[in-house]
Design a protein around this ligand. Sequence first.
Ligand SMILES: Cc1cc2nc3c(=O)[nH]c(=O)nc-3n(C[C@H](O)[C@H](O)[C@H](O)COP(=O)(O)OP(=O)(O)OC[C@H]3O[C@@H](n4cnc5c(N)ncnc54)[C@H](O)[C@@H]3O)c2cc1C
Length: 251
Amino acid sequence: MAKQSELSVELIACSSFHPPADIAWQRPAEATDAEALIEFAGRACYETFHKPNPRTATNAAYLRHILEVGHTALFEHATATVYIRGLSRSATHELMRHRHFSFSQLSQRFVHTEEAEVVVPDLIAQDPELRQIFLHAVDDVRFVYEDLLQGLEERMSDEPNALLRKKQARQAARAILPNATESRVVVSGNFRAWRHFIGMRASEHADLEIRQLALECLSLLKQQAPVVFDDFEVSKLADGTWMATSPYVTD
Ligand SMILES: Cc1cc2nc3c(=O)[nH]c(=O)nc-3n(C[C@H](O)[C@H](O)[C@H](O)COP(=O)(O)OP(=O)(O)OC[C@H]3O[C@@H](n4cnc5c(N)ncnc54)[C@H](O)[C@@H]3O)c2cc1C
């Protein structure tokens, strides 16, 4: 029977910061590298390294001020990369609509998984009968997929390059695979893009699967830059699922 995949999101890279030694700026001790980098970039605009405004002298106050005045281009200096597994092809398609991210996704043409791995939508997974129907349908599709692969490879038996033969067979046969097929993807983005993604996709209006992904990303990014993502408020909806919103992400 098809295997049910679970979402896994790991932070695999985040900006590090090395302030120039000759700038008379006291790096805020409490700030993370990403947060200090954003403050440095902001202060570089007006050379306010000496912190003339006492109201924005701390890193947290400085970053909150950036949010309030909408100077969020500064957030583009800090970046983070996550490795996502257990996400359906339909959710990766939604994810890839976010044009400021960079992606590297598992190839269905090169990588042949021995067994079908799928993401079962929560609503279906919660009902044993519906879950059975779903997984049986996936198994049926898998049989067809394997039959197609075999037939295609036979059709192309004149092709001496085995890798090319397999690639061509997989790229045709995969057309039958379901939206639920598990995928893996490395995603890099700057903090402005991450904030926009979370604002759009952690919303109650977003599909539950990508919402869960956005909430996981928010949690990871909060560890890297608590103040930058501090404005997102996480709350529970009447149906028991979670969402997050920020008054600063409106579009
Ligand atoms: C609840 C929900 C339902 C959705 N339903 C559908 C649907 O039915 N059909 C569908 O096709 N899509 C749908 N989408 C996807 C949606 O239309 C966007 O493609 C997706 O959310 C990416 O967001 P974005 O375009 O704001 O920006 P991103 O690509 O993440 O870019 C961020 C911001 O950069 C700016 N930007 C980026 N590119 C440009 C550009 N070329 N020109 C000007 N400004 C730019 C914009 O300000 C944009 O908001 C849905 C999204 C959500 C959250």
